[in-house]
Structures are given as C-alpha cells and as structure tokens.
Design a binder for this molecule. Structure first.
Ligand code: GLN
Length: 380
C-alpha cells in the first residue's frame, strides 16, 4: 500500500491544550468556559436521556428545537424564519460550516475569507475544492475596507465565509462594514455563509446585527449559530443553520451525509434553554464583560499592550511593543517557562502576515484568571 498521509495541520487548539496539560499550565488558550453551564438546561438533558427518545431524531432537527430557534431569533434579532423550511439543526457550528461549503462550492469556485480566520475554515474550503481569496484584516481595528474587498471578489466568487463577532480578534463589525460586505455579495451574486456563534457575547451595549437582515441578503445568507456558545456548553456540539428554502434544500443534502442527526436529548434541552428570559443572556454578557475587564486590567497593569475586545470571550495583546516579532515563540515561552497557555494569532492567517498578536480566553473563574496573571508577572 502507498503511504497514507494528510496534508492537514493539527489544529492549534489541540496543540496548545496538549502542551498545557503536559506542563500543568493555566489554559487560557483553547476557548472554553470553566463554568459548568446552566444547571436547568443540563437537568433537562439528563431527564431527556432517561425518559426521552434516544433513537434517531428527524434529520432536520427536533421540531420543538427548530421552533425555538425561530422564536429566539425573532425575539433577539428581528428575523422572520419559517421553522419548517428555514431552520436545520447540526452537530455543532463546525458541521454547519463544513456542510455549507460541501453543498455550495464546485471545484474551482472562489471563496472569500477574512483573515485572521478560525483555523478550520481554510482546510475545509480547500477540501471542498474552493479557491481561497483573502481579505487581510490588521490590528488594532481589523476593519473591512472597500479596496480589500474589491481585490478579493471576482466573477468567480461563489461564497463568502464571514465570522462576526470575529474570533480571534474580538471585533464586532460596525454597520458600515456590514453594509459594504453586503453590497459586494449582491454585486457579485455571492452566498454569505455567516458564522455568528458569538452573537450573544457582545459588550459595552453593542448588539449583534445579522448580515442576513441587510437589504438583499435574506435570500443569499446562510446564518449559523451555536448552543455551545450560547450556554457555555461547548462539548455539546449543537448548532443551527438558518437559510431561505432554496438554499436550505441544498444544505440539507450535505447534512444528511455528514452526521444526519444530532443527539435528541441535547436538542430538547437546547430548545428549552433558548426560551430563557432576557435576564439569562444579559447576565452572561455582564459576567463575561467582568472577566474581560479583570484580565485586561491585570495584563495592562503588568505592562502588556491590550487590544480592544468588543465581543467573543477572547482578548489579545500586541507583543510588538515588547520587541517581540514571533508570536509562536512567545507562546512557547509563555507556556513552558511561565505556565500560561495562549494562542498565537498567526495561526489564523494563511500567510502568517501578522506575527505580533497573542490571544487569551477570559471565560474563566476569577481565581483562574488571577493565577494566570500571577504567573505572567515576570513574562514581559
Ligand atoms: N472555538 C474554540 C477557540 O476558538 C476552539 C474549538 C476547538 O478547539 N476546536 O478557541
């Protein structure tokens, strides 16, 4: 047999979490909360495991969850979605993204990507036969510009894969950037696949605006959400996809051959959770904002240059003022010598253009953040 190999890299999250385990470091790398998630939602899941249905649920998702998704997005984002034809449940947002790319791209089609981009995007685009075209965003503001979009779009653009709020930069794109992107999607007849899993994690009074709600975008947007992010239950892998019926028919074809379904008991619990009152979601934002301020204040106090964090549960530091120009080497030293794991943001750039930004996850208990800050005291 010929040797079997993969040209896919090992994800930076796995690499850094393994290093954190090996060295006993405080793990502020891979993004997951150390909060156990809402007890009532977990109890619903437990009850559904014991008393509920544990065989294949319907391929498109439990009707009660699809209805809860439509109601949730009507309430929070003013979207008008038909649960029977425009909502599908997937095994996490990553399945939704992979499925959308499989469904929508023919080999040779161009896909516009915004770097820094979540590290799964580029391998998935390439495996689907897509040709990536990059819009490179740069610190400190990571904004879209007309010139960068004009350079990336062409008559061969089929899909735009857009993440807002943006992991890892913690950017919430302002309305003018969304309007600019929507104008390009309309002009080049592209489908926008919108990874909006951080939609509830926005700070300082900001509200998430779905690209789907912009003029002319309702029919050409695939909107993706995640219960893992909404309820701090990242291991559950329950995601949702929303799209107009013509798009949804195609997306469902990919989903049926990827995972087909998602555990029914978790779906039932998420359906319940999505109906929680506004206080839960406001409380989540307030708690994360407090954690952000604790870590940001601590890092600034130690002399690090902290970049703004408008959403997501990440914040970044600029290491250039420290005379550092290699984020990977910096993170290696941080984890091995100082016992704190972080993520080098160059891992989110295809060509490694930006090498001076390092990401920390602040979705942690106060004592975890304080322990990390203690260890970072002599890391500058
Ligand atoms: N979304 C998480 C992050 O950005 C990582 C998920 C994963 O490890 N695959 O840190």
């Amino acid at each position: 047999m010929n040797p079997i190999f993969s040209d896919l890299p090992t994800t930076v999250f796995e690499v850094m979490s393994a290093l954190a385990r090996e060295t006993g470091a405080v793990n502020l790398g891979q993004g997951f909360p150390d909060d156990p998630g809402p007890q009532d939602v977990r109890e619903r899941a437990a009850a559904a495991v014991i008393h509920g249905w544990n065989q294949y649920p319907p391929m498109m998702g439990l009707p009660e969850l699809r209805e809860a998704v439509a109601a949730h997005y009507r309430h929070w984002q003013g979207l008008d979605l038909d649960p029977a034809r425009e909502v599908m449940v997937t095994s996490g947002a990553t399945e939704a993204i992979a499925g959308a790319l499989m469904a929508l791209i023919e080999p040779g089609d161009e896909v516009v990507l915004f770097e820094p981009m979540y590290d799964a995007y580029l391998p998935l685009v390439r495996r689907a036969g897509g040709v990536p075209r990059f819009v490179t965003l740069t610190p400190p503001h990571f904004r879209l510009t007309e010139a960068a979009l004009a350079a990336a779009f062409s008559d061969r653009t089929r899909v735009v894969l857009f993440n807002n709020p943006l992991n890892p930069t913690a950017t919430v794109f302002p309305d003018e950037d969304l309007a600019l992107l929507a104008a390009f999607c309309r002009r080049f007849d592209a489908v926008a696949v919108c990874d909006e899993v951080w939609e509830h994690v926005t700070f300082d009074g900001r509200r998430h605006r779905p690209l789907m709600a912009l003029p002319g975008m309702r029919e050409r947007t695939v909107k993706i959400g995640s219960a893992g992010k909404i309820f701090s239950l990242t291991g559950w892998k329950v995601g949702f996809v929303m799209a107009a019926p013509d798009l949804m028919r195609v997306l469902a074809k990919a989903h049926q051959f990827l995972t087909f379904t998602t555990p029914p008991n978790l779906q039932a619990a998420v359906a319940y959770g999505l109906g929680k009152d506004d206080g839960y979601f406001e409380g989540m934002r307030t708690d994360f904002a407090r954690a952000r301020d604790r870590l940001a204040g601590g890092l600034a106090g130690l002399g690090f240059s902290v970049l703004p964090s408008a959403g997501t549960y990440f914040l970044n530091i600029d290491i250039a003022p420290l005379g550092e120009s290699d984020d990977v080497a910096f993170c290696e030293r941080l984890v091995r010598r100082h016992g704190v794991a972080a993520i080098p943001v160059s891992a989110f750039y295809a060509e490694g253009g930006v090498r001076n930004v390092v990401r920390f996850c602040f979705a942690k208990r106060d004592d975890t953040l304080d322990r990390a800050l203690d260890r970072l005291a002599d890391a500058r």
